[in-house]
Design a protein around this ligand. Structure first.
Ligand code: S3P
Length: 179
């Protein structure tokens, strides 16, 4: 890690259904940090759903909103930031998060992701005639970005509680190494 990093926050990245929201809330509780979800922030700021933004304005407009939000997050302290699944595919976003947060990627296999998201309907990118294939393709395309995290935690065989414990452990370890 470079010298300019300050691990004031913890950012969770990873594919849809990897567990960022449930794990993130548990981690925030355990660390006594605030919890912030980039999708929720965008929805409350625009007073629109993500699905509506995708449908009426298109994905690039949504990505701009994400980038704007990420640039503001550098001012946060003691915050667990759960990010939308596509947010770290913009290198500007990843670089910005890295200046103030430890980046933890929650990883899950395409099979596990499908199992977790199959009954949910709010994600526009998965409203596809072949969502299983879409998951495989998107995950393969995004893997190089997710791998740029400081820590990778496989959630396939871990409960949210177990994954949260790992995240907290890694965060404390990373912080202690920088004192
Ligand atoms: C997206 C993931 C979603 C949301 C949007 C796009 C993606 O967030 O940001 O639907 O590109 O993977 P979650 O990962 O929280 O589902």
């Amino acid at each position: 890690m470079g010298n300019t990093r300050h691990l004031l926050n913890l950012a969770l990245i990873g594919f849809m259904g990897a567990g960022k929201t449930s794990v993130g809330r548990l981690v925030a509780d355990q660390l006594h940090f605030d919890y912030l979800d980039t999708d929720e922030m965008i929805q409350s700021r625009t007073a629109r759903t993500i699905a509506d933004i995708f449908k009426k304005d298109g994905e690039p407009a949504f990505r701009k909103l994400e980038q704007q939000l990420v640039s503001e997050l550098a001012a946060r302290k003691r915050t667990v930031i759960a990010t939308g699944g596509g947010l770290p595919t913009d290198p500007v976003n990843l670089a910005s998060l890295k200046t103030h947060a430890l980046i933890v990627c929650l990883w899950a296999s395409p099979e596990k992701i499908w199992e977790r998201v199959r009954n949910q309907t709010h994600r526009p990118l998965l409203c596809d005639p072949n969502p299983k294939l879409k998951i495989r393709e998107l995950l393969a395309a995004r893997e190089p970005f997710y791998r740029q995290a400081d820590v990778l935690i496989n959630t396939d065989l871990r409960s949210a509680r177990e994954a949260a414990q790992q995240v907290v452990h890694q965060f404390k370890f990373a912080q202690s190494g920088r004192q």
